[in-house]
Ligand binder design. Structure first.
Ligand SMILES: Nc1ncnc2c1ncn2[C@@H]1O[C@H](COP(=O)(O)OP(=O)(O)O)[C@@H](O)[C@H]1O
Ligand SMILES: [Mg+2]
Length: 289
């Protein structure tokens, strides 16, 4: 808690304008009670600036998926609060929360979650049709050009490669122009080259359309496509890296596994910058570029 960070402060949290923040978690905990009690998130605070690309890393079981699902309004915290833009999603009841999510949030799953009997085009426009929103043909056209799906619109998902299916899932998530796109290990099921293409695409969407993206990944190479990275351990943010390169990411993750082996949650006392302290000091993660 007391360890100070040397990470550069790119934004002063006191001057942070709420309109510049796409997603904010404040002291969020999530306890699962099934058999025993598991604290999947333990007092997480995080602000994601609009137009930024944040990677969430950490070993299996560290709370990454729980963080993403709660940030996206798919799940609600046991305590603490979650804002998307200026809506406190954690205080919404299930039906308005579902509606809010449908209109404002995109989610990309590792397993794509495409409907097998619908064509690519029908899958992409499904959320719009479900929301009763007129399909913005020009925008969807721009997206399918950018995601390289223009020639595949009439195929069924079963006729596509894994990388193509993931690109359909990303395009579908972007169709309603969501405030934020959340992606849980979007390259986890892809080979390296295909994964790199999918990541480059996410990066382009951020750079060219000002999209905000929060992505869970195991892979330091994948995180290098993002602007900033938070590293989770035991349901807490252990480390915040602003604009890290692949080498420093790999170094931190290697260090983390050594420290985990030595002493788990108390490892911060041995000199690793404490994520909570970093966030207290900074309030808001790095800014747009
Ligand atoms: N629905 C659930 N019920 C019970 N325990 C859960 C549930 N979801 C996650 N957990 C537990 O919470 C912890 C964090 O899980 P998760 O967020 O899925 O981690 P990660 O995505 O980093 O692998 C793990 O101990 C996991 O077993
Ligand atoms: Mg997970």
């Amino acid at each position: 808690m007391s360890t100070q960070t040397q990470a550069p402060v790119r934004r002063d949290p006191r001057s942070a304008d709420a309109r510049d923040v796409a997603v904010r978690l404040e002291d969020v905990s999530r306890v699962f009670r099934r058999g025993g009690e598991v604290k999947a998130l333990d007092g997480v605070s995080l602000s994601v600036p609009r137009g930024s690309f944040l990677a969430v890393m950490g070993r299996s079981g560290s709370g990454k998926s729980t963080l993403l699902q709660i940030a996206a309004g798919l799940d609600v915290p046991t305590s603490g609060s979650v804002w998307i833009g200026d809506t406190e999603v954690s205080s919404l009841r299930e039906t308005p929360r579902t509606r809010f999510r449908r209109d404002r949030v995109g989610f990309v799953f590792q397993g794509y979650n495409l409907l097998p009997s619908l064509t690519v085009e029908e899958n992409i426009t499904l959320p719009l049709r479900l929301a009763g929103t007129a399909v913005d043909r020009a925008w969807v056209g721009t997206l399918v050009e950018q995601t390289g799906l223009a020639d595949l619109l009439h195929r069924l998902p079963g006729e596509l490669s894994g990388g193509q299916q993931q690109r359909v899932a990303i395009t579908r998530a972007l169709g309603p122009r969501p405030d934020v796109v959340f992606a849980d290990e979007p390259t986890g099921a892809l080979d390296l080259a295909t994964g790199q293409r999918v990541l480059a695409l996410l990066g382009e969407l951020v750079a060219e359309h000002g999209q905000t993206v929060v992505m869970v990944t195991h892979d330091p190479g994948a995180a290098a496509f993002a602007h900033d990275t938070v590293v989770m351990a035991d349901g807490r943010i252990r480390e915040v890296l602003l604009s890290p390169d692949a080498e420093s990411l790999a170094a931190v993750l290697g260090e983390q596994s050594v420290l985990d082996a030595q002493g788990g949650p108390d490892a911060g006392a041995q000199g690793v910058p404490d994520g909570e302290g970093v966030l207290d000091a900074q309030g808001v993660l790095g800014g747009q570029r």
